[in-house]
Design a protein around this ligand. Sequence first.
Ligand SMILES: NC(=O)c1ccc[n+]([C@@H]2O[C@H](COP(=O)([O-])OP(=O)(O)OC[C@H]3O[C@@H](n4cnc5c(N)ncnc54)[C@H](O)[C@@H]3O)[C@@H](O)[C@H]2O)c1
Length: 360
Amino acid sequence: MGVFVSTDDPGPAGHEQVVFCQDRQSGLKAIIGIYSTALGPALGGTRFYPYASEEAALADVLDLSRGMAYKNALAGLDLGGGKAVIWGDPDQVKSESLLRAYGRFVQSLGGRYYTACDVGTYVADMDVIARETRYVTGRSVEHGGAGDSSVLTAWGVFQGMRAAAEHVWGSPSLRGRRVGVAGLGKVGRHLTGHLVDDGAEVVATDVDPRALEWARTNHPGVALVADTSALVAADIDVYAPCALGGALNDDSVPALRARVVAGAANNQLAHPGIEKLLADRGILYAPDYVVNAGGVIQVADEIEGFNFDRAKLRATRIFDTTRQILRLADEEGVPPAVAADRLAERRMADVGRLRAIHLG
Ligand SMILES: NC(=O)c1ccc[n+]([C@@H]2O[C@H](COP(=O)([O-])OP(=O)(O)OC[C@H]3O[C@@H](n4cnc5c(N)ncnc54)[C@H](O)[C@@H]3O)[C@@H](O)[C@H]2O)c1
């Protein structure tokens, strides 16, 4: 296990600590990235993925852990940002001994890092990891876990969308607005329900015929279009990317007719500069990591002993945070994505500095 911590030279991309973990017998190769513990223990999921190289795994964990610090800061959590990657094909190498070896490395950090699910890891895996460490959340309901995080993720996205609607049209209601939902998966389905309840007209698409069937059965009023390109070009007021990352790119943004973008997908901006392209076209982008924080709010709540009402209340505050970011963006003359980063950095600096007050 290699560890580096230094206050003078904080390592690649400003991380506090990057831990390489290896257990030859089980085949575990993992990297834990702790970007910041300024606000509290670093929280972020474990991605189990067959990276092409160790460099690719390292680049991903550095990127993802930094992103979690910003997301957790703006979610109002007393948690810093971290993430872990296990390098390997989960279908080939995932085993009890590998997960438990990984759990022991998490435990060895003494609570500086809490893990949870991400791509390639599931609640059942968290239950196995928890046999070696107490610093794990996102567990099964029978072990005190909170269950499916898409419920509060969708609720938070809906709140962020309402704040964006208020900013553009003066009212947070989506009544009568045409909202395009790309991806009717776990989050997209719950979001569609909230939108329909609020009186919005929903236009949607998905590559999976079962998702389309779900819409026809449960919401016959939802208009279905062939694909994401058709949705982007449709006469919609709001675009909600709820499938994969990179939804806002050099092709989709020039074609987009919506005035507002607010959706669940992570990493919606395909590359730096897209936020400026959106702003130049007069499209208000509610930053993805702000509006999709309901899931992390849920798993963070589990650390205290899960209480759905309390977690929902916290996810509801995504409305206020989004509103604050959109106002700050106007005041400072920057795109909302830049304003969100600034607000997160301010909270990390302003609250993080309090740790210097000695408690004896
Ligand atoms: N579930 C959560 O709590 C949560 C939290 C934060 C962020 N997110 C992000 O939100 C997004 C959706 O998450 P989810 O849990 O609903 O995932 P999901 O896998 O349940 O749903 C994704 C849906 O998108 C569809 N899809 C895939 N490619 C598509 C394409 N090209 N065009 C249209 N549809 C396509 C899939 O068929 C699927 O129905 C992901 O980007 C995820 O990272 C989810």
